[in-house]
Design a protein around this ligand. Structure first.
Ligand code: VTB
Ligand code: MG
Ligand code: MG
Length: 322
C-alpha cells in the first residue's frame, strides 16, 4: 500500500462525518447512519484501491451499501480488504452524546479477521501495558498487574467499559478491587482506543462490545503501539457455526492482535462526529463551512497524523444528494 493512500482514506471518513453531523441531536439514528454510509460509499469510489469490504454494514441481503463482500474503490491500485463503520455510535449522534465517529481500516488482502456480528470480550491497553496483561486472568489480577506496571495505586486507575446490564458482575468486581470506572453509553471503538491516548485518562478498556468494532480498534491500536485481546462470544449454535465458517475451529479461542489484523501494514482513519476522548467533533462554522478532526495512522511507519480540515460545504456535491 502506498503512503498516499492514508491521505485519500481520511477524506472518506471526513465525508462520512460531515454527512452524519447534520443529524446530531435529532433523535433519528437510522437517518444519521444512512447519511454516513452513503457518503462513505460514494467517496470510496475515488480511492485508488481494489477493495473488498470484509467488515461492513451487514450481509448482502440486509445492507444496501458497504455490505460484506462489496467491491469498493476506483479498482486501480492495490488489492485490499476494507473494514468500515461509517457511523460508529448512531445512537450517540441521535442523542447528541460524545464519542461518535466515522471509522475505516484498510489492510492487504486476507489480513483482517472477518469478525461476525456478535459480541467480543475485550481487554485493550495503551503502549505502557502492551504485552503485560492477559484476557484470561480474573479482572482483579489484571487490575493489580496494570497498577504495578504503571506505578499507580489500584484506586487511581481508571477503567472504561460500556454501561450494560450484561456487565453487572464485571462492574461488581471492579468496584470491589477499587478502581475508578468511566462508563460509555455506546461507541466501544473509541473506548478501546482511548487507553493509547494519555490525554484521555483511561488506563484499561474492558467488557464486551461488537466483534467488528474489536477488529477496527485492533487496527488503530497496532498503529498506536497499544494492544487489544479478544474472545468471540457466540450466544447460540448459529453464531458458533458462523465462527467456524470464517475459519475459527475453536470459536472461543483467544484472539491476539495478529489474529485480528495480521502482521503487516494497516491504515486506520477516523473522523469525529461528536467530540470524543481524543478527537473533536464536526463543528458547523459560518459561511457554509464545517471543521472536522481526524486521525490517520499507518502501521508500517507508525506515523500518527491529526488532520483538522475546514470544508466549504457547497463544494461537496455528494452531501447535497444525500
Ligand atoms: C456495541 C459496541 C458499539 O454498539 O456493538 C454496541 O461495540 C451494541 O451492542 O460500539 P449492545 O447495545 O448490545 O451492547 C456500539 O456501542 C455502537 O455501535
Ligand atoms: Mg455501523
Ligand atoms: Mg458500530
Amino acid at each position: 500500500m502506498e503512503r498516499e493512500l492514508a491521505l485519500e482514506i481520511v477524506r472518506v471518513t471526513e465525508l462520512a462525518a460531515l454527512a452524519a453531523a447534520p443529524w446530531m441531536g435529532r433523535g433519528d439514528k437510522h437517518r444519521a447512519d444512512e447519511a454516513a454510509t452513503n457518503a462513505m460509499r460514494g467517496m470510496l469510489d475515488s480511492v485508488s484501491i481494489r477493495g473488498t469490504v470484509v467488515i461492513g454494514e451487514g450481509e448482502m441481503d440486509e445492507a444496501p451499501m458497504l455490505y460484506i463482500g462489496e467491491v469498493v474503490g476506483s479498482l486501480q491500485g492495490p488489492e485490499v480488504d476494507v473494514a468500515v463503520d461509517p457511523l460508529e455510535g448512531t445512537e450517540l449522534v441521535a442523542r447528541g452524546l460524545n464519542n461518535a465517529m466515522a471509522v475505516i481500516a484498510v489492510a492487504p488482502k486476507g489480513r483482517l479477521l472477518h469478525a461476525p456480528d456478535m459480541y467480543m470480550e475485550k481487554l485493550a491497553v495503551g503502549p505502557a501495558l502492551a504485552g503485560k496483561l492477559r484476557l484470561e486472568d480474573p479482572i482483579r489480577t489484571t487490575v493489580e498487574k496494570a497498577a504495578l506496571a504503571l506505578h499507580k495505586q489500584v484506586s487511581d486507575l481508571t477503567v472504561m467499559l460500556l454501561d450494560r446490564a450484561r456487565h453487572a458482575e464485571l462492574i461488581r468486581s471492579l468496584r470491589e478491587v477499587g478502581v475508578r470506572i468511566k462508563f460509555l453509553s455506546d461507541g466501544d471503538v473509541a473506548g478501546a482506543i482511548a487507553p493509547a491516548f494519555p490525554e484521555a485518562g483511561i488506563d484499561l478498556y474492558v467488557g464486551s462490545g461488537g466483534a467488528p468494532e474489536g477488529v477496527l480498534a485492533a487496527a488503530a491500536l497496532k498503529c498506536l503501539g497499544g494492544e487489544i485481546q479478544g474472545r468471540l462470544m457466540p450466544l447460540n449454535e448459529e453464531q458458533e457455526q458462523r465462527c467456524r465458517a470464517m475459519g475459527l475451529s475453536d470459536p472461543r479461542k483467544l484472539l491476539r492482535m495478529e489474529d485480528m489484523i495480521g502482521n503487516d501494514d494497516v491504515i486506520f482513519a477516523a473522523t469525529g462526529v461528536t467530540p470524543g476522548e481524543f478527537l473533536g467533533g464536526v463543528s458547523m462554522l459560518p459561511d457554509q463551512r464545517a471543521e472536522t478532526h481526524s486521525i490517520v495512522m499507518r502501521v508500517k511507519t507508525r506515523t500518527i497524523r491529526y488532520i483538522k480540515s475546514q470544508h466549504y460545504l457547497p463544494n461537496k456535491p455528494i452531501l447535497g444528494q444525500l
